[in-house]
Design a protein around this ligand. Sequence first.
Ligand code: SF4
Ligand code: SF4
Length: 478
Amino acid sequence: MTDRVRPYLFYAATTALCGTCLRTVEAKHVIEAGAVFLLKRCPEHGAQRVLVADDADYWRLGREKFLKPPEQVQKPNTAFRYGCPYDCGICTEHEQHGCLVLLEITDHCNLRCPTCYAASGPERLTHRDLPTIERMLDCIVKNEVEPDIVQISGGEPTLHPQFWQVMDMVRKRPVRHRMLNTNGIRIAQEDGFAERLATYAPGFEVYLQFDSLRESALQTLRGADLRRVRHAALDRLNALDLSTTLVVTVRRGSNDDELGDLLRFAVQQRCVRGITFQPVQDAGRNDGFVDSQHRLTLSEVRRRILEQCPWFQPADLIPVPCHPDSLAMAYALKRPAGNSPITPLTGLVPAEALLQGTRNTIAYERDAALQRELVRAFSTAHGPEGASAAISRLLCCLPGFAQSMVAPLRYQDVFRVLIMKFLDRHDLEHHSVRKSCVHIAHPDGRRVIPFDTYNLFYRDDLERTVLAPLRARVALDA
Ligand code: SF4
Ligand code: SF4
C-alpha cells in the first residue's frame, strides 16, 4: 500500500492555455474541499492553479446532467488546422451555434471604464463603415440562418454616426430578437432618442449597463458616478415600457454584496424583463486584475444571489444546457407568490423529472415531454421573445394550477435571471470553449468568433501580435 495520496479528487484530464504565454498545455480538473480547480503545467511558466467553481456539486450538474445534443452553425467559417482555440471560427469542430451574436459597430465610447474588455474610450475614433457592417451581418445570417439574438454593441453603439441606418439594417435581416448594448447616456440625455428606439419594438430590447446603486462601485467599475444617468435612462424606458435587460458587471469587493438589492430594484421596473450578472473577464483594460486562485466564479455569483435574495431557491437557478460552465438561468413570472413579488418557475419542476427522467406525481406520464420542454425553455437558443412561448409549453406539462396561473402569458410577464461568465486566459479549457454560444462577428466579414477567444486572440491586432507566433509554433511542432 502506498502513502502517495493526492489531496483532491481527480475529475478529468483536459487541455487548457498557459495563463502567461497562451500556448496549449496539459491540464486536469480536480475537486478539493468542495471546489473545482483547473491545474495546468506549462514547460516554460510552470504549474498553475485556477479556481473554476466554488461549488463542485453545482459544477458537476452542468457537466453531467444538463446536456443536450450540440447544435452547430449552419455554415462553419474556418477549417480545423492549428487546433483549438487557434482556428476560430466558427470552425468545423465548434459544438454550439451562436445563441447570441454580437455586432460591434464602433470602438468609440463616451466612457472609459476600467473594466472594459474592448478597451474602448473617447480617444478611439474608429467606426465600422456601413459596407463592413453589412458584411458582418451577412456572415452572422449565413452561420445562423435565422439568428436568435443579434446584439448591436461597441464601444458605445449609439455614437456611431449612422446608428439608425445600422438599426434598419439589422431589422431587415431575419433576426428573431435584436438587442442594443448601451451605457444609456444617450437615452438619458437626448430627448426623443428612447422614443425612436421604441419604434423598433417588438423584437427589440435594450441591454442596459446597470452595475450598482452605489457611487463607490460605479467609480470603480466605470470611472464615473453614473447613478443619475442610469435612473434617467430607466425612467424614459419605463415610460415607454420598452423591453430592457439590466446588465451588471460583477467584481469582487465592488458590488458582489449588492446582487439582491439589484434584483429587488429590477423587479420594480415596469420595462425590465430580466437581469444579467457578468463576473469580470480578465481581458482588455481589465487584464491582470483577476487573481487566478480567488476568482469570482459563476457558482459563487449564483450562491450570492441565493444568499442575498430569498425569492430564489437552489433549484430555481440552473445550468443552461448550451454552455453550462458559463451560463446559469432562472425564469420567473412577475406575479406575487407569498412574500415574493415574483414566482420562480424552474423550481416547480421536480429535480427527478429534470435530471433522471423518473416519473412522479407532478410530471405524470408526461415527464419526457416535460424534460424536453425544460431544455428548450432554458436554452438561450430560444431567445427572449420566445421565452414566454417556451414557458407556456413547459407549464402545459404541469398540472392545472400552473396553467391557470400563467394564462395568458406575455413577454412582459417574464422575469429572467442570467449569469454569464466568459472564459479568459486563466480558465479557458478546451472542453468548455467548444460549447461557447456567445459569438461575435469579426470585422473582416468572413468569420464569427466565440466571444471568449475573441478577446484573447482576435480583437484588434491580437491576431498578428499574439496568435500568429502561437500558430507558427504549432506548425513547427507538427
Ligand atoms: S473555440 Fe471553437 S471555433 Fe475556436 S478553434 Fe475551438 S472549436 Fe474552433
Ligand atoms: S464598457 Fe462599455 S461603456 Fe464602458 S468604455 Fe467599454 S464600451 Fe464604453
